[in-house]
Design a protein around this ligand. Sequence first.
Ligand code: ADP
Ligand code: ASP
Ligand code: MG
Length: 435
Amino acid sequence: MKFGGTSVGSPERMRALIPLIDDEERKIVVLSAMSGTTNSLVEIAGNLYSGNIDTAFGKIEELKAKYHNVVNDLYTFDGTRQIGNDIINSHFSYISGFTQGIFTKVQEKAILGQGEILSTTLFHLLLQERNIRSVLIPALSFMRIDKYGEPDIFYIEENLQRELASHKDENIIITQGYICRNAYGETDNLKRGGSDYSASLIGAAINSSEIQIWTDINGFHNNDPRYVDNTHPIRNLSFDEAAELAYFGAKILHPSTINPARERNIPVRLKNTMDPEDPGTLITGECVLMDYKAVAAKDGISVIRIRSDRMLMAYGFLRKVFEIFEAYRTPIDMITTSEISVSLTIDNSEYLPQIVKDLKELGSVDIEEQQSILCIVGDFRTERTGSAPEIFEALNTIPLKMISYGGSPHSLSLLIDTKDKISALKLLNKHLFNQ
Ligand code: ADP
Ligand code: ASP
Ligand code: MG
């Protein structure tokens, strides 16, 4: 059971979790940082990185005061409040320690992980105050990524099983989402929104009966509720559909969340902590076909167009292109080809200058940034006729830069300018879902 930032975002919300977890079933409770905390820690780290020590210090004090307020409201007894305030003081003096000395990526990641350490410690203390048995297992004792940033599945399983074996009698096991160790043993993280991924890695590692992601909305909606009104929850999604939507920008799930669950065939249930009776969304291996089920959009995309006469009738040209992306460990999202050109998109432009330099050996190269991929999930089996006209009618005022159809039986993707994204999402909501 993973509870996100809003679900642990106030003393009231933390207390409301107790009835959700306190039953006979054995469970691992994965907590995010309280909402806003990771953003504040990012700001603090950013200021320390640029040497703005005074600003960083001010923000540390501000966040610390917020946590003292949380502690004073969260607990019933003065004794527990005292322990809570001591915990806050010790964590914030650790964070303040980074205002002196060198500040690198290593220190930054240590700071970013403090939000989850605080929320789990405070919640564990709340359960102790209520005499509810639980144990807190540090994620840093089992969650690890390898030198490529990928989860080290074998290590996670071995170490989590060992930790669990030493707490056989405990029903409620609390741990942190998001944080992990890297291949060098340092504190690292699974990237923003990574607590969902922690939960599914944990669920897969213990072969749990279900992975539950508790958040602030009634499950997976058919469109992005941050930009579009009148969206509705989808009650059932297949692993493939959910994975595609999460990968292509549906913020409700970290892009990689579905993979570990799909591998072990473990159902993923999305639930609303503010409305626990609502059924939410159930994600399983089963797919109920519908013309259109949902749309999502992913920003931060760059399109790279390579044009070369050498591509004409040639074999091996694409291999040379792909090898360049492989050398820089940069995944390609979309690709379309024509007689003498190929267009592809990436979402990680860290090595873009080097990639472009190498690609120029193959032909002329043209780049466009600030693009978005729109992903429409529905019934796109290639044997079907008549699918998709509504999409193109809906978007006939929006320039479509690339189209990817036929790659997956359940999705169609389009590339558009990010400035057109919100209008495109709204138009699709109106024309595909009559809303
Ligand atoms: P948590 O802190 O629980 O991880 P997030 O803010 O990361 O919560 O994710 C939940 C939010 O995702 C929702 O409040 C909603 O604004 C946003 N969201 C974006 N796309 C979707 C979608 N398709 N369905 C549901 N929520 C979505
Ligand atoms: N606290 C982290 C973040 O804000 C992880 C998470 O919430 O999933 O990105
Ligand atoms: Mg999230």
